[in-house]
Design a protein around this ligand. Structure first.
Ligand code: HDE
Length: 689
């Protein structure tokens, strides 16, 4: 029947190509199910006459298109998600009754979404920014959302300040720029007037804010939460995600270039890793402590601008998350996923952290706006994977209403699947918490130390990392037009580290040094170095999960390519071939080698290390191409390891680097492919910096 409506009546009109319905292509329908005969031409009053209102096919198509967008997230608009599972390593029943932590080997489905904070949905991935790290656990007792960041502390201590922080960070309201950047007056004006943000600022100015991959960053629950066991015993907990592939970041100049070369660098990387079966993996760790530690600790454990050093409370690893499935549809899943901090399960609980308390209101509220109604839990990515029984009903887009006559409580109808009751024994019970006896708008004096942990973070970095922080601050403040804002920020740096303040002031060309900012509490100088806070001190020593960029030319050494690609495979690393033409080149064994990238489309910033696999004539011809020279100079400037052979010399010479070859340049005539891979495990040749 459907085929009688098929395209044959319109065949040939306008001469366009149009695939008819057949066994291979089912018949298209409208959203109402009406088979469509032609979806390329509107219904007109005549051959060259206006379109008719009667055209229900056109009207429906345009109506739906006009409503395709939902409001983007007010923060964390740009994100990328994937499915996977969480596996519990051992029972934690002594600490928590949370069902997902009861049984060793238990696998709980998860959906994770990583994001930048300030940029719009279409902004570039390598913005200098905090990364969101949100995980929805579909447990047997409801969804638990651990909505964290890749930085363990936050800018502000009270939810009341969040709209101001975000207004200041996003594009300035009159001009509508800058996009996805904090390098502007409004942000640094707010920050320089908000001393509690100084600790987080140290993190955002560090390499943590420009991760090489979403797979190579840590995640943190940030707030202190509670674990509650079956007997009601409470412990405090901080959650940590540790990437199995280790941590790695890019350098700032690389980030700037990556944003142009591939604005989707992070999402493409996550997609490709999952598609090739190199599943991203993180271990979940907990820092467990009790009231007596909280009282002994130098800072308030409910203050989200503070962390607990791992040297003080070690992180106990309790399970792992593996992301093994990309989404079927970006909008349906990644865009519509609705994380809510108040999605919690029995065995876990909140603390009075004033930021967390505000978040618990905000997330539910925002989903109503974003997803258009109270039934967003009916959308598959948000729907719990356990029985859901209640008497909530109706509303926009209700997919699931209570069955039968009973929709209220108490009722005296028969029991059964559609007549649930609250269960004091198994239901969520809020843990006890002593409360104050008067209402007040107040900041506890235990939140007053704004500089000590900022200093601890700074002194815990390697010299290279400290230099990156100095340069980041100089870069950001150089974009601030008003000198008093720059000065105010440097006055805070003086409370953190004098040399840092001086270096930044010098980099900005200050004529005189401002006085140190007045501190609510004198900064402590005695907090010890915490090695866990540095990326480079915890380098993973592997090239696994990383990518080598191999620049080839006509007549390149095929045997060497085979050796290197075999070594890469053994290491668990991948590679791309960059060729003068994407169609490929002919190797010295006469065989054709396809390219993955054209030289102009595959700059070295896309790779963790590069190999120049050229014939002498090939190098001479590439030496004339600006992008080929950039490939080499950028790899060198970004401290990357560069593999080469003597044949590549013409290109190296044209790049002006003949006399600059250091130990980060590996001559593949002198070192085996396995030896080359071993060197690459250091990820960068930092000595060059
Ligand atoms: Fe969020 N945050 N946030 N935030 N946040 C949102 O919720 C908010 C905060 C975080 O991938 C919004 O669904 C307030 C801290 C992530 O979908 C919104 C406060 C941390 C994501 C919101 C904070 C986060 C969000 C926007 C201060 C780290 C993305 C869209 C009281 C621990 C989740 C949405 C995703 C998203 C509010 C502070 C992490 C508006 C009011 C601290 C990872 O509800």
């Amino acid at each position: 029947m459907a085929d009688s409506f098929s395209y044959s009546d319109n065949k040939g009109k306008g001469g366009e190509l149009h695939q008819p319905a057949s066994d291979k292509y089912p018949t298209m329908t409208t959203a109402q199910g009406c088979p469509v005969s032609d979806d390329q031409n509107s219904l007109k009053a005549g051959e060259r006459d206006p379109t008719l209102m009667e055209d229900h096919v056109l009207r429906e198509k345009l109506f739906h298109f006009d409503h395709e967008r939902i409001p983007e997230r007010v923060v964390h608009a740009r994100g990328y998600g994937a499915h996977g599972y969480f596996e519990t390593y051992e029972s934690l029943s002594e600490l928590t009754s949370a069902d997902l932590f009861q049984r060793k080997g238990e696998k709980t489905p998860v959906f994770a979404r990583f994001s930048t904070v300030a940029g719009n949905k279409g902004s570039a991935d390598l913005a200098r920014d905090v990364r969101g790290f949100a995980v929805k656990f579909y447990t047997k007792e409801g969804n638990w959302d651990l909505v964290g960041n890749n930085i363990p502390v936050f800018f502000i201590q009270d939810a009341m300040k969040f709209p101001d922080l975000i207004h200041a960070a996003k594009a300035e309201p009159d001009r509508g720029f800058p996009q996805a950047q904090t390098a502007h007056d409004n942000f640094w004006d707010f920050i320089s007037l908000t001393p509690e943000s100084m600790h987080m600022v140290m993190w955002t100015m560090s390499d943590r804010a420009i991760p090489r991959s979403l797979r190579f960053m840590q995640g943190f629950g940030v707030h202190t939460f509670k674990l509650v066991n079956a007997d009601g015993k409470q412990h405090f907990v901080k959650f940590h995600w540790k990437p199995k592939g280790g941590m790695q970041s890019v350098v700032w100049n690389e980030a700037l270039k990556l944003n142009g070369a591939d604005p989707d660098f992070h999402r493409r990387d996550l997609w490709q890793a999952i598609e090739r079966g190199d599943y991203p993996e993180w271990e979940l760790g907990v820092q467990i402590f009790d009231q007596s530690f909280a009282e002994r600790f130098n800072f308030d454990v409910f203050d989200p601008t503070k962390l607990i050093p791992e040297e003080q409370i070690p992180v106990k690893i309790i399970g792992r998350m593996v992301l093994d499935r990309v989404v079927d549809n970006f909008f349906a899943e990644t865009e519509q996923v609705a994380f809510c901090t108040q999605n919690i399960v029995p065995g876990l609980d909140f603390t009075p952290d004033p930021l967390l308390q505000g978040r618990n209101f905000s997330y539910l509220d925002t989903q109503l706006k974003r997803l258009g109604g109270p039934n967003f839990t009916h959308i598959p990515v948000n729907a719990p994977k356990c029985p859901v029984r209640h008497f909530q009903q109706d509303g926009h887009m209700a997919m699931r209403n209570p069955k039968g006559r009973v929709n209220y409580e108490p009722n005296s109808w028969d029991g059964g699947e559609h007549n649930p009751r609250a269960c004091p024994a198994h239901g969520f019970v809020s843990s006890s918490q002593a409360m104050g006896d008067s209402k007040l708008r107040y900041r506890s004096p235990t939140f007053a130390d704004h500089y000590s942990q900022a200093r601890q973070f700074y002194i815990s970095q390697t010299a290279v990392e400290q230099e990156h922080m100095q340069n980041a601050l100089i870069f950001e403040l150089s974009k601030v037009e008003n000198l008093p804002i720059r000065q105010r920020l440097v006055s805070h740096l003086l409370n953190i580290d004098k040399t840092l303040a001086e270096q930044v002031a010098n980099g900005l060309g200050f004529r005189s040094m401002p006085d140190a900012a007045e501190a609510a509490m004198p900064p402590r100088q005695d907090l010890p170095v915490s090695d866990a806070l540095s990326i480079l001190k915890n380098s993973p020593n592997t090239f696994s999960g990383r990518k080598l960029g191999i620049l080839v030319s006509e007549n390149f050494n095929a045997a060497l390519l085979r050796q290197v690609t075999e070594a890469l495979k053994k290491e668990g690393a991948s590679y791309e071939i960059i060729a003068p033409k994407v169609g490929g080149v002919c190797a010295d064994d006469g065989k054709h080698q396809a390219g993955d990238q054209l030289v102009q489309g595959g700059p070295s910033v896309l790779y963790d290390a590069v190999l120049l696999l050229l014939s002498a004539e090939g190098a001479q011809s590439l030496a004339k191409l600006a992008e080929a020279k950039d490939f080499v100079t950028d790899a060198h400037a970004h401290m990357k390891f560069i593999g080469y052979t003597a044949e590549a010399e013409a290109l190296i010479d044209a790049a002006g680097l003949t006399g600059s070859k250091d130990d980060g340049w590996i001559n593949l005539e002198k070192v085996s492919a396995d030896g080359f891979l071993k060197t690459l495990r250091a990820l960068r040749y930092w000595k060059r910096s």
